[in-house]
Design a protein around this ligand. Structure first.
Ligand code: GLN
Ligand code: ZN
Length: 751
C-alpha cells in the first residue's frame, strides 16, 4: 500500500454531473435519475483509480455541491431556516447551497467563500444557537459500500474537526469553546461508526493547519485531537494537510496517535526541511504529496525523487499534494492539440500514472518511465519572445504610477461625468441564454459567417443597452455576449496561450471553469474588445463601460508556467492589457472596468508571505495596466467573493477610481473595514446576491443601501449587483435589476 490521492474530480469528464444537477434544478430529471448519474460517475472514478494502481482510493470526495456542506449536513449543522422548509433532504441541501424560493418558503443561501488559495468555493457552515450536532453518515457509508461492491475498499474523506470549526460561522452566542466537547464527541462517534463497518482508514482533511497558527490555535488543535484519538477504536486515521507546510505545528503533529500524516511537498516550502529537522516517527505512514494537485504540467521525476530520497524510507506513501479536483480529468480528451504540447501535460488521470511511475521508480528501481521523463525535461519547450522579455526588464517606477493623484482625479471626474448621487451600474455580463451560446457554437463550427455572428451579438447588445436606458441605469455595459468567459476570450487574442476543449475544473456547485494554459511568453496580437465597446457606446449618450480582465486574474485563472516567476508572467499580461486600455481610450471609451475578480484568490495563506510573495508585484501589475490613461478616464475594477477586509490598503493602492465587489453573501461585513481604513476608492458593494436565482425585493435592497450609507460616505457609493449576470435567467435578472434601480431612486428621494 504505497500510493494515494487526496481526492478526485467529481463533476464528470464531460461535466455529466453538472448537467444532470442542472436538469434536476429545472425539474427535467427526477431525484432517482440524478442519483443514477452520480453513482455512475463515482464508479467510473473509482475504477479509473483502481486500474491505475492507486492503493488508497478516496470515497466521500464526491459531492452534489460541496464537501464542506456535506460534512456540515452529516453533523446536522443546518440552520433552522432550511430545516423549517419541509422539503426533501436533497432539496434542503440545495436550498442551503443556492437559496430557495417557493411556496415552502423564501430563504437565502449560505455564504460562499473561496476554498483556501484555490478557485473552488465552499459553502460556509452556519452554526446557530439552536444547532444540535447529530450524526448522519448515510452518504459516507453508502458510498463506501458502493465502492466495496466493486471490490474496492476506499478511504472515506471528511473535513477534520479543527478545519471545520475554523470555517464555521457562529451566528449566536455559541463559540468554538462552547461546542468543543460536542465536536470531540461527534467525531468519536464517527470513528465508532466506521469501526463497526470495518472501514480501515479515514482521511481527515485539515488544511487549516497550513495557516500562520497562534498558540491558541495550537492549544485548540490539541484539545480536539488528544481526547479524540484516545478513543480511536480500530479505524486508522490519516491526518491530511495541503496547500502549504505545517511549520507551526509539525512537531506536535508527529506526536499524535494518528496512523498517517499527509504533507504537501509542492506548495509547502518548508515541508522537506521540517521532516529533516524533526524527523518522522516510524509508527506512522508519511503520505508524501509530491504530485501537484493544482497545476497541469508533468511531474519532473528526477526532482521528485530527490525530495523522496531525503525522507525516511519506510513507511512512505506517494501521494498528490492536494485533491486532484483542482485539475481537469484527462489529457486524452484533448484531440485538437499536438502531441508536442500534450506530452507536457498531466491532468488527474495522468497524475495517477505519475504516482504509479514514481512509486515504481522509488520502490522497484524501474527505469523506463524515468528515462522518458528525463528526455521530456531535457527539451526546450517553446520559442521565447525577446521583445516582451525586454519590455518587462525595462519597466521603471514611472510605469506603475498614474497621475494626477486619486483625489484630483475624483474632482475632475465628478465634473466630467456629472452622474447622479448613488450611480447605478452592473458588473458587465448579461444572461448568456441558449441563443447566445448557440450563436457562438454555430460560429465555432463554421455554420455561420463572422458577420452573422457579430450581427447577432450586436442585436443583443442593442436590446440590453435600450433596456438599461429604459430602466434608468446611469452607467451601462454592453453585456459581454461575445465572450464565453473572462480569461479564455482574451487569451485567444494573446500569444503564448494554449486552450483545451474539455479541461473543466469545478469552481462552485455546478459551475465549472476551463483555465487556459500559459505556454510561452505573452503579447497582444490583436485588439481584445475595442469593436464591441465602440459599438455599444455608439448606441447611447450614457457612458458604457469598456470591459477587460486584469492581469492578476488572467494569470490566477490560468494554469501558470512553472519555468518563470508568476510576477514576470503577470507583467507580460499587464503590458498586453495596457495596450488595450489605451486603445479603448483612443476610441472614445470614457469608463474602463478592469476586473480583478481573482485578486484575493492567490493571496498566500500565511500573512507573513502576503507582501513579499504576492502583493508586492500583483498590485503594481494592476497599476501598470492603467497608469498611462488621462485623468478624465475613469478606471473601475471588480472583485468576487472577496474577503478583503484585511487587504484594504492594498486595494486602495491599486489606484482605481471605482471598485465593485461581492458583499451581500458575506453580510456586508466588509463595510466596517472600509470605514475603519478610510477607504478612498469609490465603491459599489454588491446590493444583492447574483449566485442565487432569488429575486431581491425592493425593500430588501433599500435596507442594504441604508446599511452601506451608514458606513461609507454617500459621495463614494455606487449601486450594483454582486457580480456579472451571465449565469442567470433573463426574467430574474430584469426583475432584480428593476428592483435595484427602484430602490436606489427611493433612497435618493430621502437624501
Ligand atoms: N465583468 C465580468 C462579468 O460580469 C465579471 C465577472 C466576475 O467577476 N467573475 O461577467
Ligand atoms: Zn464578480
Amino acid at each position: 500500500m504505497t500510493t494515494s490521492i487526496v481526492g478526485y474530480p467529481r463533476i464528470g469528464a464531460k461535466r455529466e454531473l453538472k448537467f444532470a444537477i442542472e436538469k434536476f434544478f429545472k425539474k427535467e430529471l427526477s431525484e432517482s435519475e440524478l442519483q443514477e448519474v452520480a453513482k455512475a460517475q463515482r464508479e467510473l472514478n473509482w475504477q479509473t483509480q483502481f486500474k491505475a494502481g492507486i492503493d488508497y482510493i478516496p470515497s466521500n470526495d464526491f459531492s452534489f455541491y460541496d464537501t464542506t456542506l456535506d460534512t456540515a449536513f452529516a453533523l446536522n449543522i443546518v440552520p433552522e431556516r432550511y430545516q423549517a422548509l419541509g422539503i426533501s433532504p436533497l432539496e434542503k441541501y440545495f436550498a442551503a447551497a443556492r437559496g430557495h424560493q417557493s411556496q415552502a418558503g423564501d430563504v437565502k443561501a449560505l455564504a460562499m467563500k473561496k476554498w483556501f488559495n484555490t478557485n473552488y468555493h465552499y459553502m460556509v457552515p452556519e452554526f446557530d444557537d439552536g444547532t444540535e450536532l447529530k450524526l448522519d453518515l448515510t452518504k459516507l457509508l453508502s458510498e463506501y459500500q458502493e465502492a466495496l461492491a466493486l471490490g474496492i475498499a476506499t478511504k472515506p474523506v471528511l473535513i477534520g474537526p479543527y478545519t471545520l470549526l475554523k470555517l464555521i460561522r457562529f451566528t449566536g452566542k455559541t463559540t468554538i469553546d462552547t461546542v468543543l466537547t460536542d465536536f470531540v464527541a461527534i467525531y468519536s462517534d464517527i470513528f465508532k461508526a466506521l469501526a463497526e463497518e470495518k472501514i480501515e482508514w479515514l482521511q481527515l482533511d485539515e488544511p487549516a493547519l497550513v495557516f500562520d497558527l497562534t498558540d491558541a490555535d495550537i492549544t485548540l488543535f490539541k484539545s480536539i485531537y488528544t481526547p479524540l484519538l484516545a478513543g480511536k477504536q480500530t479505524v486508522k486515521v490519516l491526518l491530511q494537510t495541503y496547500f502549504g507546510d505545517v511549520r507551526d505545528i509539525y512537531s506536535e503533529l508527529i506526536k499524535l496517535d494518528v496512523d498517517g500524516i499527509g504533507l504537501d511537498f509542492v506548495e509547502g516550502r518548508k515541508t522537506a526541511e521540517l521532516v529533516e529537522t524533526y524527523g518522522f516517527p516510524t509508527d506512522k505512514k508519511l503520505f508524501a504529496g509530491v504530485v501537484n494537485g493544482k497545476n497541469i504540467w508533468r511531474n519532473n521525476y528526477e526532482k521528485t525523487l530527490d525530495v523522496l530520497a531525503k525522507l525516511p524510507e519506510k513507511p512512505l506513501v506517494i501521494s498528490s499534494s492536494c485533491s486532484l479536483q483542482h485539475v481537469p480529468y484527462t489529457v486524452s480528451a484533448e484531440t485538437d492539440l499536438s502531441e508536442d504540447i500534450l506530452k507536457h501535460f498531466a491532468f488527474a488521470q495522468e497524475k495517477l500514472q505519475e504516482l504509479k511511475d514514481i512509486n515504481d521508480i522509488y520502490y522497484k528501481r524501474e527505469t523506463d518511465s524515468l528515462s522518458v521523463n528525463k528526455a521530456l525535461f531535457a527539451q526546450d519547450r517553446f520559442e521565447a519572445d525577446a521583445t516582451v522579455q525586454a519590455k518587462v526588464a525595462g519597466l521603471t517606477d514611472l510605469d506603475f504610477t498614474r497621475t494626477p493623484e486619486f483625489s484630483d482625479r475624483e474632482t475632475i471626474q465628478k465634473d466630467v461625468f456629472n452622474l447622479p448621487v448613488l450611480p447605478t451600474t452592473t458588473i458587465g455580463s448579461f444572461p448568456q441564454t441558449a441563443d447566445v451560446r448557440k450563436n457562438r457554437l454555430n460560429f465555432k463550427r463554421g455554420d455561420i459567417t463572422k458577420e452573422a455572428y457579430d450581427q447577432f451579438n450586436e442585436a443583443k447588445t442593442k436590446e440590453w443597452i435600450d433596456w438599461q436606458e429604459a430602466v434608468g441605469f446611469d452607467v451601462l455595459v454592453h453585456g459581454e455576449f461575445e465572450r464565453n468567459d473572462m480569461v479564455e476570450y482574451f487569451g485567444e487574442k494573446l500569444s503564448g496561450y494554449v486552450f483545451t476543449k474539455y479541461a473543466w475544473v469545478q469552481s462552485y456547485g455546478t459551475r465549472c471553469v476551463k483555465p487556459p494554459i500559459v505556454w510561452g511568453d505573452i503579447a497582444r496580437v490583436q485588439q481584445l474588445s475595442v469593436a464591441d465597446s465602440f459599438y455599444a457606446q455608439s448606441l447611447t449618450d450614457k457612458p458604457v463601460k469598456g470591459m477587460l480582465t486584469g492581469p492578476v486574474t488572467i494569470l490566477n485563472w490560468s494554469f501558470p508556467r512553472e519555468d518563470i516567476s508568476l510576477s514576470d508572467s503577470t507583467l507580460q499580461i499587464a503590458l498586453a492589457i495596457q495596450e488595450e486600455v489605451l486603445d479603448l481610450e483612443k476610441n472614445g471609451i470614457k469608463i474602463i472596468q478592469i476586473d480583478e475578480a481573482a485578486l484575493r484568490e492567490k493571496l498566500p495563506l500565511r500573512q507573513t508571505d502576503w507582501n513579499s510573495e504576492y502583493l508586492d508585484w500583483a498590485i503594481p501589475a494592476f497599476r501598470l495596466v492603467h497608469a498611462k490613461v488621462a485623468p478624465t478616464t475613469q478606471i473601475h475594477t471588480h472583485m468576487c467573493y472577496s474577503e478583503f477586509t484585511d487587504i484594504i490598503p492594498a486595494i486602495d493602492a491599486m489606484d482605481a477610481d471605482v471598485i465593485s465587489f461581492e458583499a451581500s453573501r458575506s453580510d456586508l461585513s466588509i463595510l466596517d473595514a472600509l470605514q475603519e481604513n478610510g477607504f478612498r476608492t469609490q465603491t459599489g458593494p454588491g446590493v444583492y446576491d447574483i449566485h442565487s436565482p432569488r429575486i431581491p425585493p425592493v425593500e430588501e435592497i433599500e435596507a442594504v443601501i441604508q446599511k452601506i450609507l451608514a458606513k461609507v460616505p454617500v459621495e463614494k457609493v455606487w449601486i450594483n449587483p454582486d457580480c456579472g449576470l451571465k449565469t442567470r435567467g433573463v426574467a430574474e435578472v430584469k426583475a432584480s435589476l428593476e428592483n435595484l434601480v427602484t430602490a436606489t431612486q427611493e433612497i435618493r428621494k430621502g437624501l
